[in-house]
Design a protein around this ligand. Structure first.
Ligand code: APR
Length: 239
């Protein structure tokens, strides 16, 4: 039996992997909403100042999710997880559910998920497909107003960081897909990988990211083209 070329594969994804499914990226020209810079909406201050505007922003983005589907890049990663004889984990900055819909199981949403909400009082997290507002009571503790998007805003701590760090320490292949490398801590993962000097590193993006010089291998182009090609090559190598 051929030993897998890589045992532990960590894949970081960003908005670029969902762009061809029709979801806007943050720093492309689609990064504005109703004239607001998304960075002005996705903050605890914005929510305190104008919760109705922030609820409306996420209610619209939640509705968008029901209009889009996984693209060949998402599906290629699900195929890799299914066929690879080692460990494959996706660490995504995205709050969409397209990795899961494509069939990926081992997915960590470090910036939270659009289809989940959290009670500001009891901190219980709920699956949520409908709109949120200040008029809804928490299904668990009945507090009202109570619900907020279960999404990590600027100045908040990303989720699953311990698990992610363990994955990065044990990785022998790190692949970064569709991210500008502009936002930490995700943007720092490649530096961690380089400082440990153990894993091979690959960037798959439309154009060079801020961290492009740190990657051992880079391929540029649309995710729906370069990600399936990369996965096919990897699976052929590892048999
Ligand atoms: N195929 C591959 N890459 C693409 C495509 C595509 N079709 N379209 C865009 N890209 C690339 C862009 O070149 C860019 O480098 O995807 C990247 C998207 O970058 P951003 O818009 O900055 O999104 P991301 O890196 O995910 O942002 C990180 O910032 O705003 C916060 O919390 C938000 O999770 C987000 C974080």
């Amino acid at each position: 039996m051929k030993v897998p070329h890589y045992q532990n594969i960590v894949i970081l994804t960003g908005a670029g992997i969902s762009a061809e499914s029709g979801l806007a990226t943050f720093r492309g020209d689609g990064g504005l909403w109703e004239g607001h810079n998304v960075m002005d909406v996705a903050t605890p201050e914005a929510f305190r100042r104008d919760p109705v505007m922030v609820h409306r922003f996420y209610n619209e983005r939640r509705k968008d999710l029901f209009k889009v589907k996984p693209n060949p890049a998402h599906k290629a990663l699900a195929r890799l997880e299914g066929k690879h004889k080692g460990e494959v984990i996706i660490v995504t900055q995205n709050i969409d559910n397209l990795h899961q819909l494509a069939g990926s199981k081992n997915v960590l949403h470090m910036h939270g998920e659009m289809l989940k909400v959290r009670c500001r009082q009891c901190h219980q997290v709920f699956d949520w497909e409908g709109d949120t507002s200040e008029h809804l009571a928490c299904p668990s503790c009945q507090a009202k107003p109570a619900l907020r998007p279960h999404i990590v805003w600027f100045n908040e701590v990303p989720f699953h960081m311990e698990e992610i760090e363990v994955a990065l320490y044990t990785a022998d292949l790190f692949v970064s897909i569709g991210t500008s490398g502009a936002v930490y801590p995700a943007a720092g993962f490649i530096s961690m990988i380089r400082s440990m000097g153990k894993a091979h590193s690959v960037e798959l993006n439309l154009e060079p990211s801020e961290g492009q010089s740190l990657f051992a291998e880079t391929h540029y182009g649309k995710a729906t083209k370069i990600v399936p090609a990369f996965v096919d090559k990897l699976l052929k190598e590892t048999g």
